[in-house]
Design a protein around this ligand. Sequence first.
Ligand code: BYC
Length: 316
Amino acid sequence: MSEEQIKELEIQFEARIARDEKIEPKDWMPEKYRQTHIRQMSQHAHSEIIGMLPEGNWITRAPTLRRKVALLAKVQDEGGHGLYLYSATETLGITRDELLEQLHTGKAKYSSIFNYPAISWADMGAIGWLVDGAAIINQIALCGASYGPYARAMVRICKEESFHQRQGYEILVTLMKGTQEQKNMAQDALNRFWWPSLMMFGPTDAESPHTAQSMKWKLKRKTNDDLRQQFIDQTVPQAELIGLTIPDSDLKWNEEKQQYDSGEINWDEFWQVVKGHGPCNKERMKARIAAHENGQWVRDAAMAYAEKKEKRKTNK
Ligand code: BYC
């Protein structure tokens, strides 16, 4: 293709984006658009499956059968989200094996939040309420993303995240109606998960290398800072309602802006965690790689079955 032809395709592509048309897998797209989507969508998929680990550890320790059923369903949902997202990413011309290789070798990132430990039952409440709560705010915006398979995957994921957020909040509501020890446990979970949840939205807009281009391509529909602010404004009243205190002494309602002012995030901690030096990075990768290796026989069996079926078909 000549340079002129590519320029013409780019103009048509930008016009489609401007008209809010969805871009589909077989459509022409700039190589950078494809690569940016592979990066974000695969990191999103990786976050879903790594995100199964902290909560998965608590399935056997859930306090009642009802809690166990709900947590089990939630963790399975996260696995399902990973599968839709890997499938959607594969439509951009990369294989599942390549994507997993990038995760296992540390080339691809996953959300920083999953590198923090879940040490008490109240953490199951805090993760559902805050982590899934942050994820919904981010993902509702992504339902309007320009790449069709990504936007469509988000619709169902958001519905499921909404149930996850409620089950988490309800765990904390119950603990806050309990003994002083249970209340302390809930507050302690909030203290540990509040700041890492704010970090989930990524660096400030001024420090984010990808936001400007991703906004132009309508991959992102809102910036990191706007989504983070929305999360704070939505979550603070929920904490107050059940008697929890947000661990931020600078948090204050700003009447003029009609939003909360909040304290400074520890960005040094964020980058340390992103670079692999968080409290659980090594443990998470070890568990993920072991799960992959232990699942080899399942993949082999599925492939053998598919080959046998194909052979039978050709022999007929
Ligand atoms: N953690 O220019 P930026 C869930 C990286 S899971 C780690 O702002 P971008 C759930 C970023 O990748 C929810 N890395 O980038 C599951 C980039 O590095 P590279 C997961 C982060 O992509 C189980 C660099 O920093 N959600 O719901 O425009 C249980 C510069 O950042 C983080 C998604 O993945 C981070 N927090 O914006 C419960 C949503 N933040 O790639 C719940 C989809 C930034 O250049 N993703 N980095 O090496 C997004 O919306 C965007 O990718 C982000 C970052 C807002 C996260």
